[in-house]
Design a protein. Structure first.
Length: 158
């Protein structure tokens, strides 16, 4: 081959080698960036795994706490229901006792011929609940009964 063709071939080869070296440098930089991104991605994935494990442990703890709260609340509700039933029974028994006391007081008044406590007392103007009215009426009757008993004792002593 002639020296001119050799020279052109060598120049062409040099240009191709320069292009190859340039593209290799560019590819090397890209690979370095990808490796840096890969390392950052691995760190991020490791942090996500750690965070998910922590969240799973926290969820398990919350489930345990929720179960304990549910059991405690159910127990307290059962206790409250028992107390409410007992209280209702006691209120009913108290009302029955008040009615019996009122009947005893009324029958003793009828036997002694005294006027009813409602006739001797000044009328009240306050509005009270039915239970309070029954309680206050029973208290007035019991007080009147005690006063009569005291008078009888004084009469017998004299």
């Amino acid at each position: 081959m002639s020296p001119a063709v050799n020279l052109v071939a060598d120049l062409l080869l040099a240009v191709l080698l320069a292009a190859t070296i340039g593209s290799s440098v560019v590819m090397s930089r890209r690979i370095a960036r990808l490796k840096a991104d890969e390392a950052a991605m691995r760190r991020t994935v490791a942090e996500l795994v750690l965070a998910s494990e922590t969240a799973e442990r926290a969820i398990a703890g919350l489930r345990t706490t929720l179960g304990e709260c549910d059991r405690t609340l159910a127990e307290r509700l059962r206790t409250a229901e028992r107390y409410a039933a007992d209280l209702a029974d006691q209120v009913a028994a108290g009302e029955g006792l008040l009615q019996r006391i009122a009947q005893i007081v009324e029958s003793s008044r009828r036997l002694s011929g005294e006027p009813k406590a409602e006739e001797t007392e000044a009328p009240r103007e306050t509005v009270v609940a039915p239970h309070e009215a029954q309680l206050s009426a029973a208290a007035l009757r019991a007080q009147a009964l005690a006063e009569r008993a005291a008078r009888r004792l004084k009469e017998r002593a004299a």
